[in-house]
Design a protein around this ligand. Structure first.
Ligand code: F6P
Length: 358
């Protein structure tokens, strides 16, 4: 086996388990194959600006349980649209030159849909790419789960458990807004795990009249509080997602946020029940990965190195069922994996009496 130099970067929003992947890639590459491993800082920024360090086995000690990423990350740097002095420029050739000068044979991209899309563009330019699916949103095509998602769900579920006491004591509606961008995975899993009475997903636009009726009926049955979990991308039928800010320099410039407050106001007025909202926000991306994510990250990292050892490039490692598989990057970088209308948890939720707003 020829000695290789591989490089890795973490792109997009941070996520529990990134460090565990870095550790798994570095350790497997060094212990098993004696390869050299380089890490670029702050995602594609480091690749374009040639800001990197060699990652030796020692540099990844004590990383397994740490949130965030030791390499730093960025969800605003796109090598094909790189902002320089206020102008967007295609600096992909610069990135390729840096990799060539460093004699890198394979680039490992640990990221979400934006990172994988740029990875696919690099693949088309002839680069050896291996993708590793990261995001708390769980919205990457080709994998049943991304690492980080289950940790975010645990954080959000614990938050609902805590909201219950105030909701019950004050007989209120409590609306909790969770992340997930255009996909409702975090809201769905958290809502089911936390026993929410109403779960609102971007995939199922909600009807205010129906929700009002549901909440009043609940109160009339003597249930004097309700918990509502709303995905940040949830929207009323015929309405729009609530945009919090636009980050012009980002590949996806829209930052969602604010639907929780909107829902609390509207539902308070319509039902006459005191309502409060809270936004869980970036807490969902923080903290230590739960064991499931540490194991998944480690499996992904090890599988990515095996793919490079097999010289099978242009793939993303993925979890399908209980197996780790390789899916073509071209497939994984197409669109988003949204919650299907016939998802098992939606059916189960309906049968349990949960209102999905429709
Ligand atoms: O993709 C992860 C995510 O946390 C989304 O759930 C959320 O919409 C977005 O990133 C927030 O991005 P930022 O860190 O730029 O506020």
């Amino acid at each position: 086996m020829m000695k290789k130099t591989i490089a890795l970067l973490t792109g997009g929003g941070d996520c529990p388990g990134l460090n565990a992947v870095i550790r798994a890639v570095v350790r497997t590459a060094i212990h098993e194959y004696k390869w050299q491993v380089l890490g670029f800082y702050d995602g594609y920024r480091g690749l374009v600006e040639n800001d990197y360090a060699e990652l030796t086995a020692d540099t990844v000690d004590d990383l397994l349980d740490k949130g965030g990423t030791m390499l730093g990350t960025s969800n605003v740097h796109d090598p094909f649209n790189f902002l320089v002095d206020g102008q967007k420029r295609d600096l992909s050739q610069q990135a390729l030159q840096n990799l060539h000068d460093l004699n890198v044979q394979a680039l490992f991209l640990i990221g979400g849909d934006g990172t994988m899309r740029s990875g696919e563009q690099f693949r088309q330019l002839g680069l050896n790419i291996i993708g590793i699916p990261k995001t708390i949103d769980n919205d990457l095509v080709g994998t049943d789960f991304t690492f980080g998602f289950q940790t975010a769900v645990k954080t959000a579920t614990e938050a609902i458990d805590m909201l219950h006491t105030t909701a019950e004591s004050h007989h209120r509606l409590m609306v909790m807004e969770v992340m997930g961008r255009y996909a409702g995975w975090i809201a769905l899993y958290t809502g089911i795990a936390g026993g929410a009475h109403v779960i609102l997903l971007p995939e199922i636009p909600y009807d205010y009249d129906l929700m009002t009726q549901f909440l009043i009926e609940r109160r009339n049955k003597g249930k004097n509080f309700s918990i509502i979990v709303a995905a940040e991308g949830a929207r009323a039928i015929g309405g729009h997602m609530v945009v919090q800010k636009i980050r012009d320099n980002s590949p996806d410039p829209i930052r969602l946020g604010g639907v929780g407050a909107l829902l609390a106001n509207e539902l308070e007025q319509r039902t006459g029940i005191d309502a409060r909202s809270m936004v869980l926000g970036h807490l969902q991306r923080g903290g230590r990965p739960i064991p499931f994510d540490r194991v998944l990250s480690t499996r992904f990292g090890a599988a990515a190195v095996e793919a490079a050892a097999d010289e099978e490039y242009g793939v993303m490692v993925a979890l399908q069922g209980t197996s780790i598989v390789r899916v073509p990057l071209q497939e994984a970088s197409q669109g988003l994996k949204l919650v299907p209308a016939d998802h098992e948890l939606i059916k189960i939720g309906h049968n349990l009496g949960v209102c999905f707003g429709n």
